[in-house]
Design a protein around this ligand. Structure first.
Ligand code: UD1
Ligand code: MG
Length: 455
């Protein structure tokens, strides 16, 4: 008989005040690698195959509450008002989990870097017969973390909060990450017996371990690394989480065949996808939604988000690619060029000082320096369509909506407001007037006047 996997659910705690962030934004909505910490944890819960995910927020986390309801629906939200501790927070999810019979994992929304592999260990421990599993880690400085007390058989006996710990217990380095897993009925049964008779006057989730052991149940601690279980309480810790994640991502990229000359200056987003044999020069920042195909070259000081870059493309230095940029094979985007909602077919070149917004450009077209698609009239955005093989003269203003036919040209300095047919040249300038010696005379006259004034 095949053993059916026990059902899984997650309770994500996000009701803390986050006071130390000094922010009007809820702590759990602050981002690591371009994604809210809460979203990292929701994603983890989904990857763990949790069929129910309940997020507990407080009355003061209106922004986080709205996000949870928008993303996961009302049924996925539980309110903790007022917050009376981590144990109380999990109890607040009991109604939302009514009818669920399976294993529950408790995750903290301010602990964004826990991997799927590590969190899985807690579920596996339950599947191997433990009643309660806690994710622990060896801390360099255990500080205010709860301490995990094990016996010689490596059974977990209890969790002692730092405030309650004796000197001997404080010397223990095995700490509580906050992640705990247990069967739902068992977890809530123990939580009903947790009291607030402790140093903080709070209902501690951690007391579940001692209560389970007293009831003759087996509790275990599984292990993760300290950097992975890092909790964010301040902007400093937020920057540490960012650093830890970026460092890991840079190493992954290099191991996968991406060249980074100065890895510590390149910043990826959570979803950046880069194939092998891409070269990324120093000081490049990726926002969300970027894919780069093999053989592309990203030069220094470029900022890229919402862009798909095909092979052989050369981007930068100092390029800015924004949402909806589709960059074809062998395209060159040069210095101080910005693209947004711009589809550039293979071989397009826009090498200098240009804005390309709401535009499609056919293959091998050359966009002269200083070209601007004038796409916005203050109320609406309009499209520009440029055909293939076109030569757009330097400093052309393309006032959208406007379309330039295949193999057409525009004269430098033209403001193009009407469509240009295939193969035509359009230019829009006053005739050039030349006055011989005008400048020479001007300089002579002006220099003389200045000399007189100095006397
Ligand atoms: C908790 C653990 C401690 C562990 C540490 C790891 C307890 C009693 N202690 O302590 O053993 O080493 O985390 O970082 O659990 N929250 C609520 N409602 C509340 C209180 C907290 O939702 O009433 C949420 C917070 O938003 C946060 C998480 O629970 O996401 C942890 O709360 P926090 O107050 O930071 O717990 P610690 O004192 O750090
Ligand atoms: Mg904490």
């Amino acid at each position: 008989m095949t053993k059916t996997k026990t059902k899984r659910a997650a309770v994500i705690l996000a009701a803390g005040q986050g006071t130390r962030m000094k922010s009007s934004l809820s702590k759990v909505l602050h981002k690591v690698a371009g994604r809210a910490m809460l979203d990292w944890v929701i994603d983890l819960a989904k990857n763990l195959d949790c069929e129910k995910i309940i997020v507990v927020t407080g009355a003061h986390n209106q922004d986080a509450t709205a996000k949870v309801i928008a993303q996961l629906g009302e049924a996925a939200h539980a309110l903790q008002d007022p917050p009376l501790g981590t144990g109380h927070a999990v109890l607040c999810a009991k109604t939302a989990l009514a009818g669920f019979d399976g294993n529950v994992i408790v995750l903290y929304a301010d602990t964004p870097l826990i991997t799927h592999e590590t969190a899985s260990l807690a579920f596996q421990a339950l599947e191997n017969g433990a009643s309660v599993a806690v994710l622990g880690f060896e801390a360099k400085e255990a500080g205010s973390y709860g301490r995990l007390i094990e016996n010689q058989n490596c059974d977990l006996l209890e969790i002692i909060e730092a405030k309650e710990a004796s000197a001997d217990q404080l010397a223990i380095n095995l700490c509580n990450s906050g992640v705990m897993a247990a069967n739902s009925a068992n977890l809530f049964a123990h939580l009903d017996n947790v009291t607030d008779d402790n140093a903080k006057g709070e209902y501690y989730l951690t007391d579940v371990v001692g209560l389970a052991v007293k009831a003759g149940q087996k509790c275990v601690a599984v292990r993760g690394s300290e950097t992975e279980v890092l909790g964010v309480n301040s902007r400093i810790e937020l920057s540490v989480a960012e650093q830890v994640w970026q460092q890991k991502r840079r190493e992954e990229a290099m191991l996968a065949g991406v060249t980074l000359f100065a890895p510590e200056t390149v910043f990826f987003a959570f979803d950046t996808l880069i194939e092998n044999d891409v070269i990324i020069e120093p000081n490049v920042v990726f926002g969300p939604g970027v894919t780069i195909a093999s053989g592309a070259h990203i030069k220094a000081f470029s900022h890229i988000e919402g862009a798909n870059i095909a092979s052989g493309a050369i981007i930068g230095p100092f390029a800015r690619l924004r949402a909806g940029s589709e960059i074809g094979e062998g395209v060159h985007i040069g210095n101080f060029v910005e693209t947004k909602n711009a589809k550039l077919a293979n071989g397009v070149k826009a090498n200098h000082l240009t804005y390309l917004g709401d535009v499609t450009i056919g293959k091998n077209t050359n966009i002269g320096a200083g070209t601007i698609t004038c796409n916005y009239d203050g109320y609406f955005k309009y499209q520009t369509k440029i055909g293939e093989g076109v030569l757009i003269g330097s400093d052309t203003m393309l006032v959208a909506p406007v379309s330039i036919g295949d193999f057409a040209m525009t004269g430098s300095g033209s403001t193009i407001t009407k469509d240009v047919p295939n193969g035509a040249l359009s230019l829009e300038r006053g005739p050039q007037k030349t006055i011989e010696n005008w400048a020479t005379k001007f300089h002579e006259k002006s220099a003389k006047a200045k000399a007189e004034a100095r006397k």
